[in-house]
Design a protein around this ligand. Structure first.
Ligand code: PMV
Length: 328
């Protein structure tokens, strides 16, 4: 028999046979940044996200989380990892473990199928899956909105002052208009939207971009307030277009929203070039998505021919491209 102070020499084997929990990835279609300042954002969950398998630890040690393909193994019983990104995740896991309260410790194996740092909500999707696993081990059932609210605490570890749109879409799925402090307005589009996500190859920090917009707002409220209001109008018009299946109306609204983001210095020459190239290649519309300042743009396409041309054009610019279909 092993004594309690003996550490296992091997990490526990992958949690095969455990329960599976999911969190959705997402894209912001309209209204990013305005949403931090109380305006609505229109967002869609995507098929990609996080699948997490969890089982109770048989050795009563602290909970652990392994994440593929990031190659991370975080053990709450050990010291924090040296790497800064892994450290944030370790802190978030601690927050989740504290929220879970008394109960079993878990071995969790997560598979992330959304690209990280692409504005596709990988951290929120992971948070939702982890919180669901802890809840299940304690026989607690929560609805999606309640889970989303809890996942905001996880997101704060990464993003400082998140609006809550990522964790809400990660928990609730579908397509929706999110406004801070208001009930989620779920949309029921007649068909899914097909998007290409192009990565600029430039790193971007959501925390810094949000802080930059907050600074601009503080210093020049009379310039910035109308930009936020115009973002709201984009969201409202896009909502009507989506609900009526009038996809073609979305293209000009994307161009308008992109221009508003540009006026807040959230685009870059590379992102502008990608949006222009996608539109010239036949996308209905294109814009920055998420925090901007690098990261990703989205192009809305109708049909495989257009998708092929836009994909090829972005690849010619040497950019990584992901195919995404919105969840309904
Ligand atoms: O880059 P992402 O996907 O985390 O999106 C950030 C969206 C912002 O509106 C800029 C911030 C927020 O918290 O909503």
């Amino acid at each position: 028999m092993s004594s309690p102070d003996q550490r296992p020499t091997q990490p526990p084997p992958p949690s095969e046979g455990g329960q599976v929990f999911v969190g959705h990835g997402k894209l912001i279609l309209f209204g990013e940044h305005g949403v931090v300042h109380g305006r609505p954002a229109l967002a869609a969950a995507v098929a990609q996200g996080v699948t997490l398998r969890a089982r109770q630890r048989s050795d009563a040690r602290a909970s652990m989380l392994r994440v593929q393909p990031w190659g991370l193994a975080l053990d709450l019983g050990g010291p924090p990892p040296a790497d800064a990104g892994a450290q944030q995740l370790f802190r978030a896991l601690k927050v989740a473990r504290e929220m879970a309260g008394e109960g079993p410790e878990l071995v969790m194996d997560a598979e992330v199928s959304v690209p990280g740092g692409a504005g596709m909500g990988s951290s929120a999707a992971l948070g939702v899956a982890v919180l669901r696993a802890f809840d299940h081990s304690r026989c607690i059932e929560r609805d999606d909105e309640a889970q989303a609210a809890r996942a905001l605490h996880w997101e704060k570890v990464f993003h400082g002052n998140p609006s809550g749109v990522d964790n809400t879409m990660a928990a609730c799925g579908g397509m929706a208009v999110f406004t801070r402090g208001e009930a989620l307005r779920r949309l029921h589009p007649p068909h899914a939207l097909r998007l290409l996500v192009g990565h600029s190859g430039q790193a971007s920090s959501t925390r810094e971009m949000v802080a930059s917009v907050a600074r601009q707002f503080e210093e020049e409220p009379t310039r910035v307030t109308p930009l936020f209001e115009a973002m709201r109008e984009c969201v409202e018009s896009a909502t009507a277009a989506i609900e009526n299946g009038a996809t073609a109306f979305l293209g000009p609204l994307m161009a308008r929203n992109h221009e508003l983001l540009r006026q807040l210095s959230l685009s870059t020459p590379a992102l502008d070039e990608m949006c222009d190239a996608a539109s010239a290649a036949g996308a209905l519309g294109a814009k920055v998505t998420g925090a901007g300042g690098g990261g990703c743009m989205i192009a809305l396409v109708d049909g495989e021919d257009a998708a092929h041309r836009v994909r090829a054009t972005l690849a010619q610019l040497d950019k990584q491209v992901f195919d995404v279909e919105t969840d309904r």
